[in-house]
Design a protein around this ligand. Structure first.
Ligand code: ATP
Ligand code: MG
Length: 205
């Protein structure tokens, strides 16, 4: 909306969903790059409750994942963390995440951020067709994953190349289990949080 009309522009809210077990610099760079490129006012990180595609895996308690995400994002004035998924009972579906955020922030335009691996799955998500009416999607590049948005609605999905960080939470968990370093893969406070709570030690993947 042009400024001359006197109507304030709608806030542009990025949504970074993830298990964040733990949050790492790949997530943070993706959010930061999308925020800059799409002129976002804020990016809200939304840790999942019991994750849909990881029902059988051993996922850390939501409070640990939430607190690590708060620690990792605390220094960025545009980054926030939402509890909507961890406070909702049952499995986490992105359609519910977006519905709850829209209820909380009816004035905002939503931009859902996903890596190449996640966007490849999106048509299998619950109420997939509806998702594209609720938010624009931004798919970012991720090392080791081909990025394709074939078959997704034109004009509702953008692609963005971001600095390649070959970091995954799975690898960080494996390192922590093996008492190998995780420094510089995650923010320092998250390294310390993992050590303090002995996360991932003695745990099967
Ligand atoms: P796991 O190995 O447990 O699956 P992960 O590293 O994939 O963890 P998730 O919490 O599953 O992290 O990912 C949340 C979102 O962040 C997804 O959309 C994923 O594609 C994206 N993402 C994760 N790591 C990167 C990365 N290094 N570069 C770009 N995007 C990433
Ligand atoms: Mg993943």
């Amino acid at each position: 909306m042009p400024a001359t009309t006197g109507v304030p522009a709608r806030p542009r809210l990025g949504v970074m969903g993830g298990t964040f077990d733990p949050v790492h610099h790949g997530h943070l760079v993706a959010a930061s790059e999308v925020a800059a490129r799409f002129d976002l006012d804020e990016v809200v990180f939304v840790p999942t409750g019991q994750p849909t595609f990881k029902q059988h895996a051993n996922v850390s308690p939501a409070e640990h994942r939430y607190l690590m995400t708060v620690i990792a994002t605390a220094s960025n004035p545009r980054f926030t963390v939402s509890r909507v998924d961890i406070d909702r009972a049952g499995l986490t579906y992105t359609v519910d995440t977006l519905r709850d955020l829209k209820t909380e922030r009816p004035d905002a335009d939503l931009f859902f951020i996903t890596g190449a691996d996640a966007i490849a799955q999106i048509l299998t998500w619950k109420d997939a067709a509806e998702l594209f009416d609720m938010a624009r999607f931004v798919a970012v590049t991720r090392p080791g994953h081909a990025l394709s948005v074939d078959g997704l609605p034109a004009g509702r999905v953008d692609v963005l190349e971001v600095p390649a960080l070959a970091i995954s939470s799975s690898d960080i968990r494996a390192r922590a289990r093996a008492a190998e370093p995780v420094w510089y893969l995650v923010p320092d406070g998250v390294v310390q949080y993992i050590a303090k709570h002995r996360l991932y030690r003695g745990r099967d993947e």
